[in-house]
Design a protein around this ligand. Structure first.
Ligand SMILES: Cc1cc2nc3c(=O)[nH]c(=O)nc-3n(C[C@H](O)[C@H](O)[C@H](O)COP(=O)(O)O)c2cc1C
Length: 217
């Protein structure tokens, strides 16, 4: 077997693009999130809306995976998925989740802790209808996160749903839809020189006011 050993001890970068100072931020984190998101959209080469979603699984382990942010409002962050997937089952048991964004070009990270709840059906319907046919059929053909014996079996499933919906509308499967993550804590990280990064944490208190604190890097 080939030896596997890659030493990254000397791999380091100096972060110096910007600062995050209390004097310049709004007292609502969603406002700051919007500012950062628009800058990421304009500057990042990849998908600025790709976010890491961590759930606590039924096996007790945390698990991360990338999902796409499809909307954000004052209320929180929306993504779409299969409710029967591993993440869907995890959320049913424990709706406490974490989201994170890494905008590499801007040397920024945002980490959110929040509570996941299913979107109202009409909103999931509306988004599903906006998706291309291929994606809609895919939602029927994939029992997301279940084991499948081969690629061919998957391709056959896709084909059979393509035939089924060839001459009809493709409705939203009841097991597919959106989640809204209502934030409780939002932490903004801006890389700075000498590892003295800026970290500003917003925490929602019992009166629904955001407390702002600076954390050590
Ligand atoms: C760039 C990117 C975007 C993705 N977007 C989604 C998404 O919006 N919804 C989703 O269910 N899976 C998405 N996935 C796939 C998930 O990462 C994951 O493989 C899938 O949801 C199954 O996760 P689970 O088994 O932990 O439930 C995306 C993957 C990548 C790499």
């Amino acid at each position: 077997m080939t030896k596997i050993d890659k030493n990254l001890a000397d791999s380091r970068k100096v972060y110096k693009k910007a600062a995050l100072l209390e004097a310049t931020i709004s007292d609502n984190p969603m406002q700051l999130f919007q500012t950062w998101f628009l800058e990421a959209e304009a500057n990042e080469s990849g998908e600025a809306n790709a976010m890491n979603l961590a759930t606590i699984g039924l096996d007790g382990f945390p698990k991360n995976r990338i999902v796409l942010l499809k909307r954000f409002t004052w209320e929180g962050f929306v993504f779409y998925t299969n409710y029967n997937s591993e993440k869907g089952k995890a959320i049913t048991t424990n709706p406490k989740v974490s989201l994170s964004f890494f905008w590499q070009g801007l040397e920024r990270q945002v980490i959110i802790k929040g509570i996941a709840e299913k979107l109202p059906e009409n909103l999931s319907d509306g988004y599903f209808e906006s998706r291309p046919d291929g994606s809609r059929i895919g939602a029927w053909a994939s029992d997301q996160s279940d084991v499948v014996s081969s690629r061919e079996v998957l391709d056959e499933k896709l084909k059979s749903f393509q035939e089924k919906f060839e001459h009809s509308d493709i409705p939203r499967p009841k097991h597919w839809g959106g989640y809204l993550i209502k934030p409780k804590v939002i932490e903004f990280w801006q890389g700075r020189p000498n590892r003295m990064h800026d970290r500003i944490r917003f925490t929602l208190d019992e009166k629904y006011c955001w407390k702002i604190e600076r954390l050590q890097p």
